[in-house]
Design a protein around this ligand. Structure first.
Ligand code: SAM
Ligand code: SF4
Length: 323
C-alpha cells in the first residue's frame, strides 16, 4: 500500500510481549515494569487475524519483537502459523539471544526467514552491565548456532560514548570474521535512550575508515530496513549503519508497528495510534474492519520524526513498542 507521502508500506513489526528477561539500561528500568495482564495482550489468534488482513493490503513482511519475544510461550508456533498465511513473504525475529540457542532448530523448522540478535558489547563485564545481568556467552553461542543452521543472522549494536565506542573495530572484525551483518543503530530518545550519550554513525564510519581505508559502500540488498551498508572487498560480512537521528530515513520508511496491547503505530516517534482491540473484540468484526484500521494507520503516517524537538514524542518504553 502507498501512503500519503508516496511511500510503499509493506512491513510490520509486531511486538508479542512487553516482558523481557534483560534490563538494558536505555530500554527498561532496573526494577522492570508493571506486568500487563495477559488478558490485555493480543492472543496469537488475534495477531494472525491482523496478519491475514495486513497481507491483503500489501503488508507481507513481518518482524516479531518485544520485549523479548522468546519469553512468551508459543512464539515458534506463531512463526509457523504466520508462515502458512498465503501472501506472507517473510517472517523474522529480533531477540537478545539469551534463550535462543536451544530454540534455533524449532524456529528453523517453523520457517523463520531471519534472526536479528541485539548485542552491545563483546566483553562479558560490559555486556552484563548494559543488559542488567545478561550472559554474553549465551548470546555468542546462539549466534554461532544460528549461523550454523543457515538462518540469515544479523547483529544489532547500540554504540554509546564512554561505554562501548572503543569496540567499533572489534564489532567490524566480528562481522568480517563470522561473515554476517553487524548494524550500528543510533540511540533514539525513546524509553531511557539519550542521544547525547550515543554515537553518531558519521563518527562510526570515520573510525571504521581510519582502520579500514579500503571499506566500500555495499549496494547489495540486505533486508527490509533503512541501513546503509559497507564492506571490505573479499569478505562476506558487512557493516550496516542505521542513522535514525543524524540521517533521518523517514522518506523511505516502509513500516507500521503493532504493540502487544493492540495499538497500531504509524510511526515510532509519536505517541498516537489506532487501538485494534475494540475492532477485534466485536463479535461481528470482519477482516474488512481490520483492513480499514490498517489502511488508516498507513495513511496516518507522518512524513518524518521530530525526535530533535520532542513535540508529541512517544512516552512508552521501547520494550512496549518493540523497537
Ligand atoms: N528484546 C529484543 C532485542 O533486544 O532485540 C527485541 C526488542 S528491543 C526493544 C529491539 C531493539 O531496540 C534492540 O536492538 C534494542 O537495542 C533497540 N532499542 C531499545 N531502545 C532503544 C533506543 N532508545 N534507541 C535505539 N534503539 C533502541
Ligand atoms: Fe529487553 Fe530488548 Fe529492551 Fe534489552 S533492548 S531490555 S533485551 S527489550
Amino acid at each position: 500500500m502507498i501512503d500519503s507521502c508516496g511511500r510503499r508500506i509493506n512491513y510490520m513489526r509486531i511486538s508479542i510481549t512487553d516482558r523481557c528477561d534483560l534490563r538494558c539500561r536505555y530500554c527498561m528500568p532496573e526494577e522492570g515494569i508493571e506486568k500487563v495482564s495477559m488478558s490485555r495482550i493480543l492472543t496469537y489468534e488475534e495477531i494472525l487475524r491482523i496478519c491475514r488482513a495486513a497481507v491483503k493490503i500489501g503488508i507481507t513482511r513481518f518482524k516479531i519483537t518485544g520485549g523479548e519475544p522468546l519469553v512468551r510461550k508459543g512464539c515458534t508456533g506463531l512463526v509457523r502459523e504466520m508462515k502458512k498465511i498465503a501472501g506472507v513473504e517473510q517472517v523474522t525475529l529480533t531477540t537478545n539471544g539469551q534463550q535462543l540457542s536451544g530454540r534455533i532448530e524449532e524456529l528453523k523448522e517453523a520457517g523463520i526467514d531471519g534472526i536479528n540478535i541485539s548485542m552491545d558489547s563483546l566483553r562479558e563485564d560490559r555486556y552484563s552491565y548494559i543488559t542488567g545481568g545478561g550472559e554474553l556467552r549465551k548470546t555468542l553461542e546462539a549466534i554461532d548456532r544460528s549461523i550454523a543452521s543457515g538462518i540469515s543472522t544479523r547483529i544489532n549494536c547500540l554504540l554509546q560514548k564512554q561505554f562501548n565506542e572503543d569496540e567499533t573495530a572489534d564489532f567490524a572484525a566480528f562481522a568480517f570474521d563470522k561473515g554476517l551483518d553487524v548494524r550500528f543503530i543510533e540511540i533514539m530518545p525513546v524509553g531511557f535512550g539519550n542521544p547525547d550519550e550515543g554515537l553518531s554513525n558519521d563518527d562510526v564510519l570515520k573510525k571504521l575508515k581510519e582502520k579500514h581505508p579500503e571499506l566500500e559502500k555495499d549496494e547489495r540488498l540486505h533486508g527490509n530496513g533503512p541501513a546503509v551498508y559497507y564492506r571490505l572487498p573479499g569478505t562476506a560480512g558487512a557493516i550496516g549503519l542505521i542513522s535514525a537521528m543524524h540521517h533521518s530515513f523517514c522518506s523511505s520508511c516502509n513500516r507500521i508497528r503493532l504493540t502487544s496491547q493492540g495499538l497500531l503505530k504509524p510511526c515510532l516517534c509519536y505517541e498516537d495510534g489506532i487501538d485494534l482491540r475494540p475492532v477485534l473484540a466485536e463479535q461481528e468484526s470482519s477482516e474488512e474492519m481490520i483492513k480499514e484500521a490498517l489502511r488508516e494507520a498507513v495513511m496516518d503516517k507522518p512524513d518524518g520524526h521530530t525526535f530533535f524537538d520532542r513535540a508529541g514524542v512517544e512516552t512508552k518504553l521501547m520494550s512496549q513498542i518493540g523497537g
